[in-house]
Design a protein around this ligand. Structure first.
Ligand SMILES: Nc1nc2c(ncn2[C@@H]2O[C@H](COP(=O)(O)OP(=O)(O)OP(=O)(O)O)[C@@H](O)[C@H]2O)c(=O)[nH]1
Ligand SMILES: [Mg+2]
Length: 246
């Protein structure tokens, strides 16, 4: 499905899941809930992966591409399309084992200053306090690079990354770059990503899709290295089940 191969780091950490299985798991995504305020979000007992980034970076499109669903998340040419935190459940019905969160983008010029500041506060509180948050996917259009708000976000999550929060920078719309520009964007971002993963991604060309699906699967199913028989075991979810419907 994609031009990219799995990263060596992924292979070293885990016995790599088959890309088809990872994509099958992503395809189980269904709408779970939506909230305008942090306190309206239900607690969840499974790993939550947040898609964040400036407005129009391609967050909703990336969710639709990874889940192979056309309209799960609202994507639009018009910036500011996503205005709530939307949660999607993953795993077979009744066996939710992860949640994806599509967040409104920041930096959209037409939004009033008060609304911008309110949203930035909500997002930073979400990133710093949400107990189930296990991974952050920061989407960045490599033609624009990291903005001041992206940098502020990276700074805000750093303590949680040090405590084990997984982190991926997705360089979106890679179809707009030639091969040399892609390689350059990748190496620049690797220097800035502070130890997080970095991948090129194109919803249009389906670039990076297999690799990212595998990475997210592994993050949500951390393998216990050895059970004594040379096999890997699935670790149970880290949080007790509390959320209704999960
Ligand atoms: N060429 C190209 N365009 C893309 C790609 N991904 C997204 N887009 C386009 O970028 C625009 C914005 O995409 P969205 O997914 O709505 O972006 P968003 O980050 O969710 O935006 P907000 O909800 O406003 O924060 C749409 O016109 C998409 O079609 C891609 O991989 N390649
Ligand atoms: Mg969106």
């Amino acid at each position: 499905m994609t031009a990219q191969t799995s990263s060596p780091a992924l292979g070293q950490k885990n016995i790599s899941i088959d890309p088809k299985q990872a994509l099958g798991w992503m395809h189980t995504a269904r709408f779970f809930t939506t909230a305008a305020q942090l306190h309206q979000l239900p607690e969840v007992s499974v790993p939550e992966i947040a898609f964040v980034g400036r407005s129009n970076a391609g967050k909703s499109t990336a969710i639709n591409t990874l889940t192979q669903q056309k309209q799960l998340a609202f994507a639009s040419k018009k910036p500011g399309r996503t205005q709530h935190i939307n949660l999607f459940a993953l795993g077979r019905q009744g066996e939710t084992d992860a949640v994806l969160a599509d967040l409104p983008g920041y930096g959209y010029a037409a939004v009033s200053r008060t609304d911008k500041e309110r949203w930035q506060r909500v997002m930073l509180n979400y990133l710093m306090q949400r107990p189930s948050l296990s991974a952050v996917v920061l989407l960045c259009d490599p033609r624009l690079g990291l903005t001041e708000l992206d940098e502020a976000l990276l700074h805000a999550i750093r303590p949680r990354v040090e405590q084990g929060l997984q982190f991926l920078v997705l360089l979106t719309k890679a179809d707009k770059l030639n091969r040399a520009e892609q390689a350059k964007a990748l190496s620049i971002m690797r220097l800035n990503a502070g130890g997080g993963e970095v991948r090129l991604f194109s919803a249009l060309k389906k670039q990076g899709v297999d690799d990212v699906a595998q990475l997210l699967w592994h993050w949500c199913h951390p393998a216990v290295p050895n059970n004594g028989n040379g096999n890997t075991l699935e670790a149970p979810p880290t949080l007790p089940p509390t959320a209704p419907g999960l």
